[in-house]
Design a protein around this ligand. Sequence first.
Ligand code: SF4
Length: 187
Amino acid sequence: MCTVQVGGRTVSGCTTPVTNGMVVESESPELADLRRGIIEMLFVEGNHMCPSCEKSGDCELQALAYRYRMDVPRFPFSFTDRSIDASLPHLILEHNRCIQCLRCVRGVKARGGQDIFGFRNRGREIRITVDTTVPDALSDDTAIRAEAICPVGALIRKGPHYLTPIGQRRFDLTPIGADVDRKGGRQ
Ligand code: SF4
């Protein structure tokens, strides 16, 4: 999603070093279509049933789909049938919704700094795992942090949901990227 154009070349903004005189194009119809294509790929690769998802309105993938006006994906749906792991006391792992961003792996640690989340396999077969031997791994606090950091509804804390009605959630109230638009960065 950070794809930009530098000197007419399409590159990822987060890995391209800045150089003197560099001219970066960050918003154009071509980039918008490219980003829309990436969103579409993420949608068809998993099962993202927004109307029935607990994260609806709070989901970055859904919010980006609205931002880039995704309609019908140009790719065929893969209708994944991965197992849902509800064995942990406070957290559900819905692998069909995981977009493999690894934010949970990088961002949710135990108080001692140990990794809680990891992954096994590679490519489309990547599955997020939880090291249940790590202190804090099974706590409700970890589940809260995991749900918050996950951009989609792949990590869901067990307990009541829909306390904030759909229509009044984060991206319902402020569409993703609205701050960029306000600064005039969007074409
Ligand atoms: S944060 Fe969510 S979407 Fe990203 S890898 Fe972890 S479970 Fe998957």
